[in-house]
Design a protein around this ligand. Structure first.
Ligand code: HEM
Length: 494
C-alpha cells in the first residue's frame, strides 16, 4: 500500500468519526431548538458564562440565566447541551421517569473516589445496591445511632466554651469535626475523637481537597482531557488524596472483618459497615472488598459534608433571626425541661424541624441535579434523545415566588402544615426525590436535630450582617463564600 492510500484511509476514518459525532450532536441539540436560553457563540455556546475562575461567579451566572428564562431553558458548552427544568410539574415527571434514572457523565469524575456506588452508579448494579442497602436507613435501624450523635454533640458544646467570650468564629470548622466523629462511629464503626485529637487531621485535609479537585474537573473542560489531566498538579494531588482516604477506610474494613460476627453478638449498636458484612454473608455477590470501600466512602462523604453545611447554615440563620431562635429555645425548654435529650423528644421539636427545612430551602445542598436519558423518551411535548442531559434547578424552585410566600426571606412558617398542603410536593426538593432521592434523609434529620438542639440549649447565637448580604458559592454543594460561617455565642439564660 502506498503512503497516499494510507493517508486516504485515515482521512476517511476521521471523516466518518466526525460525521458520526456531528450527527449525534445534532440529534442531541435538535429536539431543544425551540427551548429558549441565553445567546450562544458559535462552537463554544455559553461556555464563557459557565467556565469561570471563581465558583461564586459560576454560580451567580448560572442562577442569573435561570431567572431570566421560563422552564425549561437551555445552555450549551459547545459539545454538551443542558436543558434545565424548574417547574414542579415537569420536575415530577423527570424524577419519576424510568428513562431518567441514570446520572450524567459529569458524575464520572467523582468515581475516582466513590467507584461505581450509590451516588454515581446506574443500571442493574445501582438498583441492586439501593435495594440491599435501603433497610440500613430505616428509622428503626437509625435509632441505635442516637447515643453516638448525642455524645459527639456534647463534646462539641464543651469545646465551644472557649468561644463564649463573644468574639466571632467560624463554627463550620468545629461542626465538621463533630460530624466526622458521628459519621465515622455510626457508619464505619470507627471510634475516633477528631474533635479533641489531631489523629485524623491528614484524612480531613485530604477529604476536603478531594471534593475540591472533583469539582474543578467537572467545571474546567481542559481538566477533562485525560492525558493532559494526568500531567497536572491536580492529578498528583488527587492520587495523594485517594491514597490517604482509601487507606483509612481499608483499615476500618479489615478491622470490621476480623471482628465480624453475623447478625452481631448481642452488642447494642451495629455500624452500617457491620450490616454490610451481614448482607454479604447472605448475598455473596453483593459486594467485593473494593465495592464495600466504595460504599463507605460514598456514605461518609454524602453524610459528612451535607450535615456539616446545613447545621452551619442553620446556626447562621438563627443568629440573624433572634425571634426564630427564641421560639426554638422556648420549644426546647418546654419539651425537655431539665431532662437529658432522648430520641423520643425529637419528634416533638416541630419548630426546630421547620427551621432546618427553611434553611435547606434557602441553601439546598445540591442546587442542580443532572440526569441522563438512558433511552429515547418523552417529556410533555419534547422528544428527548438517549444520552441527553436533563437538569433540575432545585435552587431556583426553592426561591420561586409562585410557591413561597416570602421567597427571599428566612420564614420557617413556610413549613406549617397548612402551607405545605397548598404547595406542589415537588416545589421542595432538598433531598431530591423519586427512586434516586437521598437515602440518608432520616439519618440526616436525626443528626442535625441532635447537634442543633444540644448547641442551642447551651448557647445563644448571634450573626453579624443580613441574609441579603450573604455571598453564596457552589462547588459540589452550596456554601457560603470562603466557607466562613461566622457566629458569636454566649451562654443561654432562660
Ligand atoms: C442534610 C443532609 C443531606 C442532604 C441535603 C442530602 C441531599 C441529597 C441529594 C440532593 C441527593 C441527590 C443527588 C443527585 O441526584 O445528584 C442525595 C443522594 C444521596 N444521599 Fe443524601 N443528603 C443528605 C445527607 C445524607 C446522608 C447523611 C447520607 C448517608 C449517610 C446520604 C446518602 C445519600 C445517598 C446514598 C444518595 C444517593 C441515592 C441514589 O442515587 O440512589 N445523604 N442526597
Amino acid at each position: 500500500m502506498t503512503v497516499l492510500s494510507y493517508i486516504t484511509e485515515i482521512l476517511i476514518i476521521l471523516t466518518v468519526i466526525l460525521l458520526k459525532f456531528l450527527w449525534g450532536r445534532n440529534r442531541k441539540f435538535e429536539w431543544a431548538n425551540d427551548i429558549p436560553g441565553p445567546k450562544t457563540l458559535p462552537v463554544i455556546g455559553n461556555a464563557l458564562t459557565l467556565y469561570c475562575r471563581d465558583y461564586e461567579i459560576f454560580f451567580q451566572n448560572l442562577m442569573q440565566c435561570c431567572q431570566n428564562f421560563p422552564s425549561p431553558m437551555k445552555l450549551s458548552t459547545g459539545l454538551k447541551l443542558y436543558v434545565i427544568f424548574s417547574d414542579p410539574f415537569q420536575v415530577e415527571k423527570i424524577f419519576t421517569s424510568n428513562a431518567l434514572l441514570n446520572k450524567d457523565d459529569l458524575y464520572k469524575y467523582i468515581e475516582v473516589f466513590y467507584g461505581e456506588s450509590l451516588i454515581t452508579g446506574s443500571g442493574s448494579k445501582w438498583k441492586k445496591d439501593r435495594r440491599l442497602l435501603s433497610p440500613l436507613f430505616l428509622i428503626k435501624n437509625i435509632k441505635q445511632y442516637f447515643p453516638a450523635m448525642l455524645k459527639h454533640s456534647e463534646i462539641l458544646v464543651d469545646i465551644l466554651q472557649t468561644h463564649e467570650d463573644g468574639l466571632s468564629f467560624n463554627v463550620e470548622r468545629f461542626l465538621h469535626r463533630a460530624v466526622t466523629d458521628i459519621v465515622n462511629e455510626t457508619i464505619i464503626g470507627f471510634k475516633a475523637n477528631c474533635q479533641r485529637t489531631n489523629e485524623l487531621d491528614s484524612f480531613i485535609h485530604h477529604i476536603t481537597r478531594a471534593y475540591n479537585l472533583v469539582h474543578q474537573r467537572m467545571i474546567k473542560p481542559w481538566l477533562q482531557i485525560e492525558f493532559l489531566y494526568k500531567l497536572s498538579k491536580n492529578y498528583r494531588q488527587q492520587m495523594e488524596a485517594k491514597d490517604v482516604i482509601y487507606n483509612f477506610f481499608r483499615k476500618s474494613l479489615e478491622h470490621a472483618k476480623e471482628q465480624h460476627v453475623h447478625q452481631g453478638n448481642g452488642e447494642a449498636v451495629r455500624s452500617m459497615l457491620d450490616q454490610m458484612l451481614d448482607i454479604r454473608d447472605e448475598v455473596p455477590h453483593f459486594a467485593s472488598d473494593e465495592e464495600i470501600l466504595h460504599h463507605l466512602i460514598t456514605l461518609f462523604s454524602a453524610g459528612e459534608d451535607t450535615i456539616t453545611l446545613i447545621t452551619s447554615f442553620t446556626l447562621v440563620m438563627l443568629g440573624l433571626h433572634p425571634e426564630c431562635q427564641n421560639k426554638v429555645a422556648q420549644e426546647l425548654h418546654s419539651v425537655l425541661g431539665d431532662d437529658n435529650l432522648q430520641e423520643f423528644h425529637l419528634s416533638k421539636l416541630t419548630y426546630l424541624e421547620m427551621v432546618i427545612k427553611e434553611t435547606m430551602r434557602l441553601f439546598p445542598i445540591a442546587p442542580l441535579v443532572l440526569r441522563q436519558a438512558s433511552q429515547d423518551t418523552e417529556l410533555e411535548s419534547w422528544k428527548i434523545p438517549q444520552g441527553t442531559t436533563v437538569s433540575v434547578n432545585i435552587f431556583h424552585i426553592h426561591r420561586d415566588k409562585r410557591h413561597w410566600l416570602k421567597p427571599q426571606e428566612f420564614y420557617p412558617e413556610h413549613f406549617l402544615p397548612e402551607a405545605v398542603s397548598k404547595r406542589h410536593p415537588y416545589a421542595y426538593l432538598p433531598f431530591s426525590a423519586g427512586s434516586r432521592g437521598c437515602l440518608g434523609k432520616r439519618y440526616a434529620y436525626m443528626a442535625m436535630e441532635v447537634i442543633l438542639a444540644t448547641i442551642l440549649r447551651r448557647y445563644s447565637v448571634k450573626t453579624e450582617g443580613s441574609l441579603n448580604n450573604l455571598e453564596l458559592s457552589a462547588d459540589l454543594s452550596v456554601r457560603l463564600k470562603g466557607n466562613n460561617y461566622s457566629i458569636k455565642i454566649s451562654k443561654r439564660v432562660f
